[in-house]
Design a protein around this ligand. Structure first.
Ligand SMILES: NC(=O)c1ccc[n+]([C@@H]2O[C@H](COP(=O)([O-])OP(=O)(O)OC[C@H]3O[C@@H](n4cnc5c(N)ncnc54)[C@H](OP(=O)(O)O)[C@@H]3O)[C@@H](O)[C@H]2O)c1
Length: 242
């Protein structure tokens, strides 16, 4: 891992972002680099070229790319070993990696439910379990959820996003349970809804750019305190009903 290279990490705040190869995750990486954080960014394929790798070249002492496939327990184990070697406590960990696999009612299959749940619910659960040793008092675990996961709002029920909605509702419940489990350790756990954003997932018709929503979310994350733990919030920090 080239430990000497990361020596300046000691004096910087530290953030870990999953699914940082593109979209909102990559937006978080750019923003936290600008904010002078030491950034650990996960991607599925470290051989890949592209924007994240370009950023790592431009910020050789500030951005570390680590491989992580959230549906693989062996990948999570290797990822945890790499974090151990870094010997850091993160200020913020963002469970961002996700998929939205669509399938309309009438054509539902177990595979699409399973694949959404594997990536969006079980993945972040096992990532959370792996990273808790690297969180301390006042550290923040941010779960990137979706308004589609709100039972109360029941957004757009005619859309073919039922399995996705189920997976994010599961992530929301886990957020509350993790917040309770780690309250006495001072770890703040929230679910955040970025809203509909211009990414590969959100498409070009989405009303919000990655840059705008990430700016909002970073401001909101900054303001989180222990009393915020166990809440579901918008990018601007407004409470969303579960
Ligand atoms: N965009 C929206 O409108 C919107 C709305 C509400 C919530 N969200 C949530 O925001 C988060 C980011 O979404 P996005 O719009 O940025 O999506 P995106 O552009 O499709 O990017 C998804 C990211 O997740 C990674 N990923 C997917 N499956 C993975 C796996 N099994 N293991 C590890 N990484 C994996 C992808 O890696 P690869 O590049 O390797 O595929 C990619 O980096 C997701 O949790 C999503 O549900 C998005």
């Amino acid at each position: 891992m080239g430990e000497a290279k990361w020596s300046q990490k000691e004096r910087l705040k530290k953030v870990l972002i999953t699914g940082a190869n593109r979209g909102i995750g990559l937006g978080f990486v750019k923003k936290y680099l600008q904010s002078n954080y030491f950034v650990v960014a996960t991607t599925r394929n470290v051989e890949k070229q592209g924007a994240l790798f370009q950023l790592a070249k431009e910020n050789p002492n500030q951005l570390l790319i680590v491989k992580l496939e959230v549906t693989s327990t062996s990948s999570i184990t290797t990822f945890k070993e790499e974090l151990k070697q870094l010997e850091v406590i993160f200020d913020i960990i963002i469970n961002n990696a996700g998929v939205s696999l669509e399938e309309p009612f009438g054509k539902w299959t177990p595979e699409v439910f399973e694949n959404n749940i594997r990536v969006n619910t079980i993945g972040p659960a096992l990532v959370a379990q792996a990273v808790v040793p690297f969180l301390g008092n006042n550290s923040k675990l941010v779960q990137v959820s979706s308004g589609m996961g709100s039972l109360e709002l029941n957004i757009n029920p005619e859309a073919a996003l039922d399995a996705y909605a189920v997976s994010k509702a599961g992530l929301n419940l886990l957020t509350k349970r993790l917040a309770s489990k780690f309250h006495t350790n001072g770890i703040i756990v929230v679910a955040i809804n970025p809203g509909w954003v211009q990414t590969d997932m959100g498409g070009t018709e989405a009303p919000v750019t990655v840059e705008n929503v990430v700016n909002n979310m970073v401001l909101t994350i900054n303001k989180l305190v222990l009393a915020s733990s166990g809440t579901f919030i918008s990018d601007e920090g407004n409470l969303i009903p579960w």
